[in-house]
Design a protein around this ligand. Structure first.
Ligand code: SF4
Length: 346
């Protein structure tokens, strides 16, 4: 899979796009006037690995939260603005590292006022299209939502480019996976700006995770996406955890992937427990490794051929494989200990 090369854009102390790693975002969900809870959630998300943090700024009074967050966490803060361009301008002055605007609800001349200040301060703008708030004129003109979303974003891209502003990030989110993919694919063909991807309003924890994995995963396998947000009606720390798991499953993270068989009647090993223990043990290792835990030697070695290490049960004993070849035969209760030694040696 070839990742689409997009323009590299600086946001606070990180970069999005180009060859930079795909960054994981989330958003605060506390009332803006409850400062303590905003700080607490921001710090929890940062600790969980959130790399860019967005906060809704519904009115001028809420702007103060930007400055407070800037002093509370090190990750870039994005001000999410709807309707009133003055809030965007005040948020920039308060220290926001990026502005997210919804072009469907701010007038063009006011968008240019925001772009003007962002240009002076070297701050990027995300043109954040949501299928639910696409300007009516585009919905009437196009017979499908994806085309309407792309046209809506392109109008503002052209507006900003003609003005001389090109620190742009684009998002085209829908709660419908097919619309989302179609919109990003079309946009990816006509512009090189970094893409913020996600499935909006994906749902409650379990279903939302599945929907986000399918949608975000589909886009990433097409080479589209420079930063992701998993949107869940759940604790937002979960969004970060799921974001990392998505990137890990696609080999886009420097970390250990533990694969394990589902087990069946041939299983001679406690696969479920061993896989969990290996996952816990390797959680903080920053090296790309694949470790397979297979229940028996019938399909195990073959299925684990691509793994750096594999363990299987075999007639009362345990086998350890390195790149598909047996390197050790040990009692099953020693498998974990021996595997840990090999990982340490590596
Ligand atoms: S590896 Fe063996 S135990 Fe596991 S699912 Fe395949 S055949 Fe069954």
């Amino acid at each position: 899979m070839q990742r689409k090369k997009t323009k590299k854009i600086k946001i606070g102390n990180v970069f999005i796009g180009g060859n930079e790693p795909i960054l994981i975002q989330s958003m605060l969900d506390k009332p803006f006037d409850n400062i303590e809870s905003n700080i607490k959630q921001a710090q929890e998300l940062e600790k969980a690995g959130c790399q860019i943090l967005r906060v809704a700024v519904p009115d001028l009074q809420a702007v103060k939260v930007i400055n407070i967050l800037k002093r509370s966490v090190k990750i870039p803060i994005v001000a999410d603005i709807h309707f009133d361009y003055n809030i965007a301008i005040e948020s920039i002055h308060a220290g926001a590292d990026k502005i997210r605007i919804n072009p469907g609800n701010i007038e063009k001349n006011n968008l240019l006022k925001i772009a003007n200040i962002c240009s002076q301060k070297n701050i990027p703008i995300r043109i954040g299209i949501n299928s639910g708030s696409v300007n009516k004129k585009f919905l009437e003109k196009y017979d499908n939502t994806a085309d309407a979303m792309v046209a809506s974003a392109k109008e503002i891209i052209d507006l900003f480019e003609n003005f001389g502003f090109d620190k742009i990030i684009v998002s085209l989110k829908s709660s419908d996976i097919y619309n989302t993919i179609a919109a990003y694919e079309k946009m990816s063909k006509i512009c090189d700006y970094p893409m913020h991807i996600g499935i909006t309003e994906s749902g409650t924890e379990n279903y939302g995770i599945i929907k986000s994995c399918v949608g975000i995963g589909s886009l990433l396998t097409r080479g589209i996406g420079d930063t992701i947000r998993v949107s869940l009606s759940a604790n937002h720390v979960k969004e970060i955890e799921v974001g990392y798991q998505i990137l890990k499953s696609l080999g886009m993270l420097n970390c250990v992937e533990v694969i394990s068989c589902p087990t069946c009647g041939r299983c001679t090993l406690d696969v479920k427990q061993l896989a969990l223990e290996i996952e816990n043990f390797t959680r903080n290792i920053r090296k790309k490794l694949k470790i397979a835990v297979m229940g028996c030697p019938v399909n195990g070695p073959g299925e684990a051929r691509d793994a750096d290490f594999a363990i299987t049960g075999a007639h009362g004993t345990g086998l350890i494989f390195r790149k598909g070849k047996i390197i050790k035969r040990v009692p099953q209760n020693k498998l974990l200990e021996e595997l840990k030694k090999l990982i340490f040696e590596l």
